[in-house]
Design a protein. Structure first.
Length: 148
């Protein structure tokens, strides 16, 4: 904000060079305006300094918070790079016998099929879940009931 201070100093010098006198009403008004501009430029400069200090403090707080999150949640960043890749498996296509990497973004949830990227044939599969969650347990119970 040094630019504003320089411009106000220029106006002060211009007013003195023009020999504007405080004895006239116009001279009093111009000097008062220049004084107000000087005060405003000074205050703006102070505000910018304070804002820079606050910005640095916020950055430090953000870094500290990031470290605390790592400690508290013990997140392995490599493990959770992309939510779409949370399910990964590798299978062999029964049609073309090529290995296919299955990720969450290529699975059709409606009919549990994928399209082979090599031969473009549909491949059907069934999920086997060993996680012990309620959803999987409910599905297994339904299958057991059907067998009875």
């Amino acid at each position: 904000m040094n630019y504003l201070n320089e411009r106000v100093a220029y106006l002060k010098g211009l007013a003195e060079g023009m020999q504007i006198s405080d004895s006239t009403n116009e001279g009093k008004l111009l000097r008062a305006i220049i004084d107000v501009l000087d005060d405003m430029a000074s205050n703006i400069s102070d505000i910018e300094e304070i804002q820079d200090q606050l910005s640095r403090q916020v950055d430090e707080i953000d870094e500290d918070l990031g470290e605390i999150e790592k400690i508290v949640f013990e997140v392995d960043e490599d493990e959770y790079d992309d939510e779409e890749d949370e399910y990964k498996a590798e299978i062999e296509c029964p049609h073309c016998k090529q290995l296919i990497e299955i990720t969450g973004d290529i699975i059709d949830d409606e009919d549990d099929t994928i399209e082979c990227p090599n031969c473009h044939e549909k491949i059907e599969f069934e999920w086997e879940c060993d996680c012990g969650c309620d959803d999987c347990d409910d599905d297994e119970d339904e299958y057991e009931d059907e067998d009875d």
